[in-house]
Design a protein around this ligand. Sequence first.
Ligand SMILES: Cc1cc2nc3c(=O)[nH]c(=O)nc-3n(C[C@H](O)[C@H](O)[C@H](O)COP(=O)(O)OP(=O)(O)OC[C@H]3O[C@@H](n4cnc5c(N)ncnc54)[C@H](O)[C@@H]3O)c2cc1C
Length: 536
Amino acid sequence: MPAPAPPIPVLVVGSGPTGLTLAIDLARRGVGVRIIDKSARFPRSSRAKGPNPRSLEVLEDLGVIDAVLAAGAAPLPMRKYRGGVAIADAEPYAGLRPTPDAPYDRPRMIAQWQLEEVLRARLAEYGVRVELGSELVALAEGEASVTATLAGGGRIEASYVAGCDGGHSAVRKLLGIPFEGRTAETQQMVCGDVEIEGLDRGFWHQWFDEDGAVMLCPIPGTRSGWWFQAGPETDASGAPVPPSLAGFRRLFAKHTGLPGDRLTEATLLSTYRVNERMAARYRVGRAFLAGDAAHVHSIAGGLGMNTGIQDAYNLGWKLARVVSGLAGPALLDTYEEERLPVAAEVLDISGQRLRATLEAIRKPGGGLDSAVGPGTNGLGGGYRWSSLAASPLATSRLRPGDRAPDAPCRDATTGAPIRLFDAFAGPHFTLLGFGTGTTRALREATAAHGEDLRAYGVDAPGPYEPGHHAGGPYGLADHAGHARSAYGIGPDDDLLVLVRPDNHVGLIARSDDGRAVAEIAAHLGGIPYSGTECRS
Ligand SMILES: Cc1cc2nc3c(=O)[nH]c(=O)nc-3n(C[C@H](O)[C@H](O)[C@H](O)COP(=O)(O)OP(=O)(O)OC[C@H]3O[C@@H](n4cnc5c(N)ncnc54)[C@H](O)[C@@H]3O)c2cc1C
């Protein structure tokens, strides 16, 4: 009898933005991954309007930023109407500019299905394709693997399973994980993609009246396609009427005062209810939850898809290091430890944004600009509470766990411009050595970790290796002081900053600390800082 095939390292269930991000992050690290979806064809829905600034940073690291920027468009000004009359315009991002430490100042508008197309194309470059028509119906965990059973009887054995299968997650239900929270039956909306001629495509139009609302936003990359969102019609008993072209026309005519037949087509119709729920756990044994499978909330603030992308970015490198033997399994515990509190915060932020928006639209001139606010760009998030961030040394700007900022620098050898995000891009850890005293630690760490770590001396003496492809150390000139400023490091400080593969600060160490290199090695092995050996 032939020996049974070894388990695939990771099975990703669900090919929405979360599952695709995770599959790319694993595939680019050479980890064997299969991704299945129950849909018979690639799902296409009228949902998210695009990645926020933090997700754009993730998409840059995954190598798809040019495609996303090209397919998308800048967010549009909002035009707000009352009684069919335009009364106010708003540009929620007007005052913002990219800064040296944050290159993306605003979201990019791109339909969720377009973003999924971009992600699928990237995944295909690694030879991985979504297996359609494959619905997971059962999970059984063994000693060293988990077996997924598909509708139709097929089985897939995997070392780990990631449930990225949306709000109704089969993985979550099969694991028996409670999905705690509430469904607000009174807060409902009908959505769809519609075709309309003769409406100014330079605005996101928002008609709010005492008895309802219609919002129409042009879909980038289409000639006459629009996202339609509206409060639902209700029947005589007050129950919401399911969406239809005829219903959309009636709502459009009622709130805009324009002829309903301007609206010629309506597809991808759905009714959306505000749910605020999150999973009680993100992991049971060898199975994980990510994205809507782990948390759902109001769309105010546009954080659902974004939080899923960022879950996947946190889980990807950890799974990859564990299945490759580069880190111990304890590293996987830090996924729930880091991401579950983020979901709780996202539920709070989206709830606040929803309340602020509902309050604003009661008054003439109010609109969806109130859904944009603190926390919706995703840039503030960090994991200071994580056991991976327990090392105590901090700078005036950063602590372990924080998002690692960008900064424009120059290549110390060639003088060519290079950003810190260029240095971070890829699956490796990055070690930044600020100051002349860090050279020795950079060389030792490079020698110890090879391609797993790229080391950069920032204003530290060379000689340096040419190029930036593996190992190092390489040299950076912080010619304008942006890197030291973003990292809160003074001109006379000699400090090492270890940046995780998901571009968060792993640890900060003094270069004259004899244990710094060992501490870096422990971090790469996924060993939480013990606090006993290395002191600043
Ligand atoms: C009207 C609307 C507007 C929104 N606007 C925004 C926005 O502006 N910004 C934002 O960030 N978010 C927004 N969201 C939320 C966003 O769409 C979701 O958060 C996002 O789709 C979650 O992605 P996901 O990959 O986790 O799950 P999903 O996109 O739901 O993907 C799950 C996938 O799993 C598959 N699947 C399910 N069960 C199984 C199974 N048993 N076996 C195999 N496959 C399975 C499904 O077919 C699906 O393809 C909006 C949502 C709605 C409804």
